[in-house]
Design a protein around this ligand. Structure first.
Ligand code: MV4
Length: 479
């Protein structure tokens, strides 16, 4: 592989380009009109403008990206995450044009893109799944019958869904019909596919996912778990590896289940198998993400592997250079997603110019970003500014370093989720590891956050006063 097109923008485009360079592979950036001066454009060996700012007219234009790759004689396309990364038709078109798609085969993307198809595929592999049905349902009476069998509360899910869209909790049979109709209509308008199914609702789950790698020779390994329970409205904010609560036995069981899920769809490349973990530590397969994920760095820091490098080697037909026995967990890693959002204003995007942007640096601090000071934050895309990642020999060390790194991160011009990060990492429940997916809803109030801001301001005022008085003293003494 000599040249790859990076079909993405922002931090992940920068991330992919850096590894390609390390491997001596040339890179081509594609960009929209609003990204002309973006870091990924400057970093790549070549860059091609592919259209106007809206994603639908630029970063989602698969045919245009393929044209660029052919014209510039690239060998492969790395899709990053989002945009074209989980588009089976795109992966297929890439292959048909004689190029390499750095990711799984179209078949795996297609199967895992449908929750019902995914359930069907893993059925014969004995993977624990939440009690429920594995086919689309439209008949309300039949739904009531099934719900009575599994017991309320139940959850109605859209087969094509993602990010919680088309999902409805149903507490009793009286509201089932209404909720089912809503789920179907939501799924139809959001995905053009109104297929819904029913599962037992797991009330206080943790979200644990397993990273896997599979080569074209049939070797599949897992790279342990990431804990992603700290999220708000299906948007992850904090991730860590390993989880604070998995035992070696549970880790091994989940790892083996993840490998079986990967085998069930003939997976190739880097992928992630999502599980729910209930209060009794039962785990259930949810879905598989057929891409490199935003939170992959925490896995890199505990395994000392470069996942983009692994993706490229696998796409190049190389077999994995290690087996499961060679892998182990080193220390603990945390990631905070720094969004240009205002935590005091319901996390609404905070638009504007990055007047000040000075990320922290130092040993065991990693910042993955795609912005520079002075840049305007385009409103057309995801408002994630950067990922702040820390590593420690222990979880406690990683947390302390993270709290320090957040304080040292200077951003002005827009509001960010940095103070929200401090709230999480200082929280007792987080420190103890006793949290689930309801953490933010349960503990985070604007008032609490404002109190923290006020407390910090008070400390700052006291320090300023103290310094001022010292200066006065010095002045008097020097007279
Ligand atoms: C669930 C669940 C409880 N019970 N399924 C949310 C998005 C999709 N990936 C699956 N999701 C869930 N499925 C059953 N049977 C709770 C969630 C869920 C969730 C899962 C992972 C991370 C955060 C979440 C937040 C709310 C609900």
């Amino acid at each position: 592989m000599e040249k790859i097109v990076v079909a993405n923008r922002g931090e992940i485009a920068v991330r992919v380009i850096k590894t390609a360079r390390k491997m001596g592979i040339k890179t081509v950036a594609v960009y929209s009109e609003v990204d002309r001066n973006a870091p990924h454009v400057k970093l790549a060996d070549e860059a091609v403008c592919i259209g106007p700012p809206p994603s639908s007219e630029s970063y989602l234009k698969g045919d245009v990206v393929i044209e660029v790759a052919k014209k510039l004689h690239a060998d492969a396309i790395h899709p990053g995450y989002g945009f074209l990364s989980e588009n089976a038709a795109f992966a297929e078109a890439v292959e048909k044009n004689g190029l390499i798609f750095i990711g799984p085969r179209p078949h795996a993307i297609r199967v895992m893109g449908s929750k019902l198809a995914a359930k069907e595929a893993v059925k014969k592999y004995n993977i624990p799944m939440v009690p429920g049905i594995d086919e689309a349902i439209t008949d309300v009476e039949k739904a009531k019958q099934i719900a009575a069998e599994i017991g309320y509360p139940i959850l109605i899910k859209a087969s094509a869904g993602g990010g919680g869209k088309g999902m409805r909790v149903v507490e009793s049979k009286e509201v089932l019909e209404e909720q089912m109709k809503r789920a179907i209509s939501e799924a139809t308008s959001a995905f053009g596919d109104g297929s819904v199914f029913i599962e037992k609702y797991v009330e206080s789950p943790r979200h644990i996912e397993i990273q896997i790698l599979a080569d074209t020779q049939g070797n599949t390994v897992h790279l342990f778990e990431r804990e992603c329970s700290i999220q708000r409205r299906h948007q992850k904010v904090v991730e860590e590896a390993p989880s604070a609560i998995l035992t070696p036995a549970l880790r091994e069981a989940m790892g083996q289940a993840a490998i079986k899920v990967a085998k069930a769809c003939d997976y190739v490349g880097a992928g992630t198998v999502e599980f729910l973990l209930d209060e009794k530590n039962n785990f259930y397969f949810l879905e598989m993400n057929t891409r490199l994920q935003v939170e992959h760095p925490v896995t890199e820091l505990i395994t000392n592997l470069d996942l983009v490098e692994q993706q490229i080697k696998i796409a190049n037909g190389e077999s994995l250079a290690f087996s499961q026995e060679d892998l182990s967990i080193h220390g603990h890693a945390l990631e905070l997603r720094v969004y240009a959002e205002d935590p005091l204003n319901d996390f609404l995007p905070s638009v504007g110019t990055l007047e000040v942007y000075r990320p922290p640096s130092g040993e065991h601090i990693r910042v993955d970003d795609g912005f520079k000071e002075g840049m305007e934050i385009p409103i057309q895309y995801d408002p994630m500014l950067s990922k702040l990642i820390t590593w420690g020999k222990t979880r406690e060390e990683a947390i302390q370093l993270m709290i320090q790194a957040i304080q040292d991160f200077d951003v002005a011009g827009v509001q960010t989720t940095l103070p929200f990060g401090s709230f999480v990492f200082e929280h007792k429940a987080f420190r103890k590891g006793t949290f689930d997916t309801h953490f933010v809803k349960k503990y985070y109030t604007k008032k609490g956050d404002q109190q923290q801001v006020t407390a910090a301001a008070e400390v700052a005022a006291k320090v300023a006063l103290h310094v001022h008085l010292q200066e006065l003293k010095k002045l008097r003494l020097s007279k």
